[in-house]
Design a protein around this ligand. Structure first.
Ligand SMILES: C[S@@+](CC[C@H](N)C(=O)[O-])C[C@H]1O[C@@H](n2cnc3c(N)ncnc32)[C@H](O)[C@@H]1O
Length: 203
């Protein structure tokens, strides 16, 4: 599906909403005052968040992952050469443990076929105390009541099963906020979760 969407993706009417999501992720990280050194963007699409992250964090190593070759080929033309792009799904991350101090995902989590597996993978590749910052539209649980993760209700501002799955992966949500979207997307959720794993740092 995303290979077909890729050529027109950057002209989609949803782009202003996506741009707002990217800015919210980078502002959230900036506010914490510790610039990330190794950033992984999951479901990076055409590389817009990575290109912004390269400007915001000029010292950081950047890596984008997406299963869609079409999306990645557009990302390759947009991102700086220091940004690596890898074709993979969030469920099978071909990286060593504790390889990143920041993992991001904007409007991607909703497409993962196994969020439970993916969230454990994220905890594995994050350093202890590393951050997972994601943006998605969760109020949709009302319309998609039978789809994961909405069918199990909500837990504060996050769908309950997502909050539970984050906790079981030792990703502790520390900040969940709602910001406005554009057009049809009235609002979206920005969440920061800290990796509470006590696994030893990579040497
Ligand atoms: C709506 S696009 C969002 C792209 C980008 N994050 C942005 O903000 O513009 C969703 C992206 O998730 C990717 N995706 C789909 N299934 C995935 C999976 N299992 N793991 C990681 N990414 C996935 C798609 O290929 C697509 O590029």
């Amino acid at each position: 599906m995303f290979d077909r969407w890729a050529p027109g993706y950057d002209n989609s009417a949803l782009q202003p909403t996506f741009s707002r999501a990217h800015r919210a992720v980078l502002d959230s990280v900036n506010r914490l005052g510790i610039p990330p050194r190794r950033i992984l963007d999951l479901g990076c699409g055409t590389g817009r968040l990575l290109a912004e992250a390269a400007r915001t964090f000029p010292e950081a190593d950047l890596l984008g992952v997406d299963p869609s070759a079409g999306m990645l080929s557009i990302a390759a033309g947009r991102t700086p050469t220091r940004c690596r792009l890898v074709q993979a799904g969030a469920e099978h991350l071909p990286f060593p443990d504790a390889a990143f101090d920041l993992v991001t995902a904007t409007y991607s989590l909703r497409h993962w076929h196994s969020p439970e597996v993916a969230l454990h993978q994220i905890a594995r590749v994050l350093t202890p105390q590393g951050l997972f910052v994601f943006v998605d539209v969760f109020p949709e649980h009302r319309r998609r009541a039978r789809a994961w993760p909405y069918r199990f209700g909500i837990d504060g501002p996050l769908p309950a099963v997502l909050a539970q799955t984050l906790r079981s992966a030792r990703l502790r949500p520390t900040e969940v906020t709602t910001i406005s979207g554009c057009g049809a997307v009235t609002d979206m959720t920005v969440a920061i979760a800290v990796n509470g794993s006590t696994r030893a740092h990579r040497a």
